[in-house]
Design a protein around this ligand. Structure first.
Ligand code: ASP
Length: 321
């Protein structure tokens, strides 16, 4: 009800003139994960390019925790006026099933604006971990006396899903450790306080190249340009193991169509900005194709991914609450 009222009030306040002038003040994008992590990095690069096109400052606010649901709740409760937006990923769709007491209805809570990228994931370990290949890693983890820890960004995050998939495919068991994002996971891996993670290449490319962490495999069909020596999970023995992390830009439900159009045009142009393309490529990801960068495609993805993950989560019987 509160949303209906505020949306109606806003439509009155925001006549076509206000929408045309948008944005007249700085925009905040909530990123529901810690600073320095993969989603934060993608969001900052995108925000810079969009900001240039809109001629307005964009600030990133990191609100990590509970697999992204804390920051997402903050975003969906904001006024749908275009000044508070959200960048998040597949975790929006998995949370719809994993968290049975979410304070919003994922199918209703958003005005989708567009998708940004599909980020590949990498299976990694601290640099001195006693396994040098994916096969050695699985053999090592199968030893009865081995106890390993695996950092993730909370239940429903991409790193959590990847870890679950890894465990179910290999029949190994590791102890998962939730963080507010995988930025802090990376710090602890480099500091050798935890053993393993499965994180987006946007966060792991630099540390793998710099050998401050060990890379075992990438979860895409093809090898990555900037990590040509890293085998695909499939090549390394995990047949068919594939996982990409779609990211999207969303607003709270009720964003006036003229503002959606403005943001969508800016986002689609930003994804073609040569500086953005280079910066995405440097961290081993690609801007989303124009066809998938639209509001309609973002909405289709959000909804179809809820449907894809719901039976998998229900079958596992593992919920976040
Ligand atoms: N998006 C999270 C982060 O940026 C990572 C994850 O979902 O695993 O920290």
């Amino acid at each position: 009800m509160r949303h209906l009222m505020s949306a109606a009030a806003l439509l009155l306040a925001l006549g076509p003139a206000a929408a045309q002038e948008y944005p007249t003040k700085p925009i905040t994008i909530i990123v529901p994960a810690a600073a320095g992590g993969p989603t934060d990095t993608i969001s900052r690069i995108t925000a810079q390019a969009v900001s240039k096109l809109l001629g307005q400052q964009i600030t990133i606010e990191n609100v990590g925790g509970a697999g992204g649901t804390i920051g997402t709740t903050r975003a969906v409760r904001a006024e749908p006026d275009g000044y508070t937006l959200l960048i998040y990923h597949v975790g929006l769709s998995t949370a719809a099933t994993l968290y049975r007491n979410l304070p919003y209805d994922t199918r209703q809570a958003f005005t989708p604006i567009g998708l940004l990228t599909d980020a590949p994931m990498t299976i990694i370990a601290r640099s001195d971990y006693p396994a040098n290949t994916l096969k050695e890693l699985v053999d090592h983890l199968k030893k009865p006396d081995v106890k390993a820890s695996m950092g993730n960004a909370g239940v429903g995050s991409a790193s959590h899903l990847c870890g679950m998939l890894f465990m179910s495919e290999t029949k190994v068991q590791v102890t998962t450790v939730p963080y507010r994002g995988t930025g802090p996971v990376m710090n602890d891996l480099i500091g050798k306080q935890i053993d393993l993670s499965c994180d987006q290449a946007t966060n792991t490319t630099g540390p793998i190249l710099g050998k401050t962490v060990k890379g075992y495999a990438v979860t895409t069909k093809a090898r990555l340009k900037s990590l040509p020596d890293l085998p695909t999970a499939d090549e390394a023995g995990l047949k068919g193991f594939e996982l990409g992390v779609w990211h999207g830009l969303f607003a709270p439900k009720g964003l006036p169509p003229a503002i959606v159009a403005k943001l969508s045009t800016a986002l689609r142009a930003a994804l073609k900005d040569p500086d953005l393309v280079k910066r995405f490529n440097d961290i081993n990801t690609e801007p989303m194709s124009d066809a998938r960068a639209t509001p309609q495609a973002a909405e289709r993805t959000l909804l179809s991914e809820i449907d894809r993950w719901a039976p998998i989560i229900k079958a596992s019987g593992q919920y976040a609450d």
